[in-house]
Design a protein around this ligand. Structure first.
Ligand SMILES: *Cc1c(COP(=O)(O)O)cnc(C)c1O
Length: 471
């Protein structure tokens, strides 16, 4: 049998797909109870993948078996309820299942003519986003890999529009000799904001930083005078504290001054979809562009981010490509709104998640993350830990008192396998950083994790003065 015949056979008899399904089901059966971080042995076994590039085609079944045997045990149990690292979302079952199906379709989301289905779903999801987040009807969406790219797109649209307003076509003339643009951002802007500023040629050293308050929020009184040459970058959800800038006071004024406002709302923008938390995002509708993730708060599979922009022309001019073979249509042509041309069909998972949850389900999901975070903070305080932030959303910053003990405790928590949390610094203090970002986290998951915190702190106190444990 030649290679082509072999591959036809694999699609025909579907054995490897049955096998993949069965491996995935094995994984699901243990995903909620296994150690949250892989064991040293499992990580060591990853060397099994360090082979020479095969000289000839292999056997599909054994390739999958190898992946399951050495890959599955070395995964981080992210879909379970006790992963609190970074701001990594869990996954909604139907959203994952929709992805499986759409993986088989293997659609390219570049153009309507390449996939009318994906174009339709992008249009529908775009409207649902506007509705859930309370954004104006004119807002358009681009479906990208995550907030890093979404921020880049929002700021690219900003660069295009602000320079255009100052009689400068950045696409044609570039930045050399262009009118100087001011980039104004809160000191706690996310690393990916800074990256986007660098990529777009503004220069990180040119950022005018706004000091934040003790929660990491930008207050209106701290914002310098703005003008029509300014891009103002605000934040819905501080990556450490979860705090929200004062949009209500800042946005309207900034808009009147003619500045472009971008809101990085990677995980926090979803507060707008919760009745209880909506007050945190009051005023976001006055911004010009927003970036938000599907794979964090909304719990879609990776990778999924969305740029939203109230100035379609600016976004499209900043990102579109032209070429004789590109056939734009009267429908939504995804590549007009994204830096990429070929893309996978991310709208499928977003559509499935939103269709499944509905408005009240999104509210329940978002409010639930907040409730669990608040419980975490409460129970940790009851056990003698210090919570350094107001738990307004899903983030909790914890200290054991002195930095050394905090860092040791963190290592022991990570080693325990009971849960996984990361570390950070908060106004020069070492902190354990908790992000509740999965629908799967239960009340008991939180209590169990708090017990792991207590045990780790006891162990850290006992071993103080000895070398730091390492993972
Ligand atoms: C996670 C995060 C980002 C980056 O998002 P990715 O989806 O990882 O690219 C940007 N800003 C904030 C506030 C975040 O939490």
């Amino acid at each position: 049998m030649n290679l082509q015949e072999k591959m036809f056979r694999e699609f025909e008899d579907k054995k490897i797909f049955e096998q993949a399904r069965s491996f995935a089901f094995d994984y699901l059966n243990t995903a909620f109870e296994r150690n949250v971080f892989p064991s040293e042995e499992a990580i060591g076994n990853l060397d099994e993948f360090a082979e020479e590039l095969p000289a000839h085609p292999g056997e599909a079944a054994s390739i999958l078996a190898q992946l399951h045997r050495y890959g599955s045990p070395a995964t981080v149990a992210q879909i379970g309820g006790r992963y609190f690292g970074f701001v990594n979302g869990g996954v909604i079952p139907v959203s994952l299942a929709a992805r499986w199906l759409s993986d088989v379709w293997d659609q390219n989301a570049a153009l309507y003519v390449i996939s009318p289905l994906v174009s339709k779903l992008e249009e529908i999801v775009e409207g649902w986003f506007r509705q859930l987040l309370g954004l104006p009807e004119r807002v358009v969406a681009g479906f990208v890999s995550g907030s890093s790219t979404a921020i880049f797109c929002g700021l690219a649209a900003a660069r295009y529009r602000v320079l255009q307003n100052n009689n400068w076509d950045v696409n044609r003339k570039g930045l050399n000799g262009a009118p100087k643009i001011r980039v104004v951002a809160g000191r706690h802007a996310h690393a990916t904001v800074i990256k986007a500023v660098a990529l777009l040629g503004f220069g990180v050293d040119n950022i005018e930083w706004i000091d934040t308050d003790v929660q990491g929020r930008v207050a209106a009184s701290a914002v310098p005078p703005l003008d029509g040459r300014t891009i103002l970058i605000l934040q819905a959800g501080n990556v450490n504290s979860g705090a929200f800038d004062d949009f209500e006071s800042i946005c309207k004024q900034a808009r009147e001054a003619g500045a472009w406002i971008h809101i990085d709302g990677a995980f926090g923008l979803w507060a707008a979809a919760s009745q209880q938390l909506r007050h945190l995002t009051r005023g976001i509708e006055y911004a010009n562009s927003w970036s938000v993730d599907g794979h964090k708060t909304l719990n879609t599979p990776y990778d999924s981010g969305i740029v939203l922009c109230d100035d379609k022309e600016a976004l499209v001019h900043a990102l579109q490509a032209s070429g004789a073979y590109i056939a734009y249509s009267d429908h939504k042509d995804g590549m007009l709104y994204t830096p990429e041309m070929s893309r996978r069909a991310r709208a499928v998972e977003l559509w499935a998640a939103l269709k499944y949850l509905g408005k009240s389900g999104v509210d329940e999901l978002v409010s639930g993350l907040h409730r669990r975070a608040a419980q975490f903070g409460r129970e940790l305080q009851e056990n003698g830990f210090t919570v350094l932030n107001d738990v307004v959303f899903n983030q909790v910053l914890v200290s054991c008192g002195d930095d050394e003990l905090t860092r040791r405790t963190l290592k022991y928590i990570q080693q325990s396998g009971e849960c996984w949390v990361g570390g950070s610094t908060w106004f020069d203090r070492a902190v354990i950083r908790i992000s509740v970002c999965s629908w799967a986290t239960t009340r008991e998951d939180v209590s169990r994790s708090v017990r792991a915190f207590v045990a780790a702190r006891d162990k850290a106190a006992e071993h103080s003065g000895q070398p730091q444990p390492h993972l």
